[in-house]
Design a protein around this ligand. Structure first.
Ligand code: ADP
Ligand code: ZN
Length: 520
């Protein structure tokens, strides 16, 4: 790499060395190649486009949906002595004109643009006149309907780049991308050939735990837990503003230094509460997901989910705020299926595809919570990574649940997938195995298959967990093209040829746990 770039790393940003893939990414982008970066939050994505931007001629366009953070980011860059600006709906006419003039003068190195500003005709015309270096698309998962944060304007980005500079290199960055979302992003930006830099999502210092959520009991557990942490910093996430207020109040009356944070509070109150947390005036912040973006408190020791998040992407991001300093962090979630149902109801007025996708995300969330296999294995598999061994550092590893010999079960599900020629989803496979003779099954003559009804004795829940475990262990996989469709893998074929003993585990039965504890 060019010596000047390395000097800039130190001179401008004050970092003595690159982290992880940063150097390779910067290098690739400076060569003018399309680049795709998947890196967990906090790993240092910004530098991947900021350094190339300051190290070459022209202005880099940074597209970001986080208008609230743009000013912060630009202020930070200005503090480093970098000429950076932003263009979004918070600017008035004269401010906008000033920014445009700066950019056209050629001095600006980075221009942050909100997607809705990018699509404005007058801005497209202006960008056509500017001398640009490359386009960075931050939070690139917003392009995908399969992700957890779809933004329709993001789908227009590619056609706008085609107008302002079809030759401009593109760097897409995201902190969460399942294989499906990744494919979607690359297709939409027409950058299938882009060089991919994917960092591991394994946060080895985080301990994952899920407990049943029980009326009254859970609040007591939370208070007890926080008291046992003796003044260490923690975050509690709740779904609603009302719940945030309620829990914050509860902690207060129990002598815990805490503060609420949600979008319904006055800006000044929010800033104060956030600062109090950062300065350790309060130990616990009770918040909606509005809290945390752009906040870098390294020594958060625990993240509690009082309510279940809407997706594993959200869960991963929120739990990821614990243990940024590399020391232990505890991720504790309280779960009950009722909360999933409640969240599903929120979506009932959304357009069909959006609703269906939201439902898939929620079902994955429920499957994670109810699963008794290694949490880390489950999470990493969701993000397209394989963890061979159990981690030993999650509740399921510490307290292994009921196990059973799985050879025959695995044989059944893999055979069912094979016999139906890799063309059906989990529900259908389970219906076949359980011998449910519905119209759909009949129309495909699946009631004539040898596997039809061989698993009548066991319930749907058990068969679903068998299929999930078969996927996590690589006997089956999801078809990326046709989401939801399950296919057999080479490992699965080999298994059918010569089956061997495999240990599977039963899901937690949270409903039962709730009942048992309730009568105690
Ligand atoms: P992300 O966008 O991936 O969440 P950021 O770009 O905000 O992460 O970076 C997270 C933190 O890491 C920031 O405080 C940043 O200053 C720091 N950082 C980034 N790169 C380096 C580096 N090479 N050396 C030291 N610190 C770094
Ligand atoms: Zn584990």
């Amino acid at each position: 790499m060019n010596q000047i770039v390395k000097e800039n790393l130190k001179k401008i940003f004050g970092f003595s060395q690159f982290r992880g893939n940063q150097e390779k990414i910067v290098d690739n982008l400076l060569k003018g190649n399309n680049t795709f970066v998947i890196m967990p939050t906090g790993a240092g994505k910004s530098l991947c486009y900021q350094l190339p931007a300051v190290s070459q001629e022209g202005t880099a366009i940074v597209i970001s949906p986080l208008i609230a953070l743009m000013k912060n980011q630009v202020d930070q860059l200005n503090a480093f002595g970098i000429n950076a600006h932003f263009l979004n709906s918070t600017l008035n006419k004269s401010e906008t004109n000033k920014v445009k003039k700066e950019v056209l003068s050629g001095k600006t190195k980075l221009l942050y643009v909100a997607p809705e500003s990018l699509t404005k005709e007058e801005n497209i015309l202006f960008l056509k006149d500017a001398k640009l270096s490359f386009v960075a698309i931050d939070e690139a998962h917003c392009i995908s309907e399969w992700g957890h944060d779809f933004r329709p304007e993001y789908r227009k980005i590619k056609s706008i780049i085609a107008q302002i500079g079809p030759e401009l290199p593109i760097v897409a960055l995201t902190a969460t991308a399942t294989p499906k979302v990744q494919q979607d992003i690359q297709r939409n930006l027409q950058m299938e050939e882009a060089d991919l830099f994917k960092s591991s999502f394994n946060r080895t210092n985080l301990y994952y735990e899920v407990r049943p959520k029980i009326k009254n009991e859970t609040k007591k557990q939370i208070i007890k837990y926080i008291k046992s942490q003796k003044g260490k910093s923690g975050i509690i996430y709740c779904l609603s503003r009302k719940k945030v207020e309620e829990i914050a109040e509860l902690l207060k009356v129990n002598g815990i230094k805490s503060a609420p944070y949600h979008a319904g509070l006055d800006q000044s109150v929010r800033v104060k509460n956030q600062d109090d947390f950062l300065n350790e005036e309060v130990d616990v912040i009770v918040a909606t997901i509005a809290f945390g973006m752009g906040i870098d408190k390294p020594d958060v020791r625990y993240v509690i989910h009082y309510d279940v998040p809407k997706s594993l992407e959200g869960y991963y991001q929120e739990t990821g705020r614990a243990g940024r300093d590399g020391l232990e962090g505890h991720c504790l979630m309280f779960y009950r299926y009722d909360d999933i149902v409640k969240l599903e109801k929120f979506n009932k007025d959304k357009p069909v595809t959006e609703r269906e996708n939201a439902k898939i995300l929620l079902q994955e969330m429920a499957a994670y919570a109810e699963s008794s296999i290694c949490r880390r294995k489950f999470l990493l598999h969701y993000f397209g990574e394989t963890l061979e061994e159990n981690c030993g550092f999650c509740d399921n590893c510490k307290k292994p649940k009921e196990k059973f010999e799985g050879m025959d079960y695995l044989t059944a599900v893999i055979s069912a997938v094979k016999e139906t020629k890799n063309r059906f989803n989990m529900d259908h496979i389970v219906s076949i195995i359980r011998g449910e003779s519905n119209d759909y099954i009949k129309s495909y003559k699946h009631d004539q298959l040898s596997v039809f009804g061989i698993g009548q004795e066991d319930n749907e829940r058990l068969w679903k967990t068998v299929i999930r475990q078969a996927m996590i262990s690589g006997f089956l996989e999801k078809d990326i093209e046709n989401y939801g469709i399950i296919k057999i893998t080479e490992k699965g074929e080999k298994f059918l040829d010569a089956p061997y003993s495999v240990t599977l585990s039963k899901d937690h039965n949270f409903e039962e746990m709730v009942e048992n504890i309730a009568v105690e």
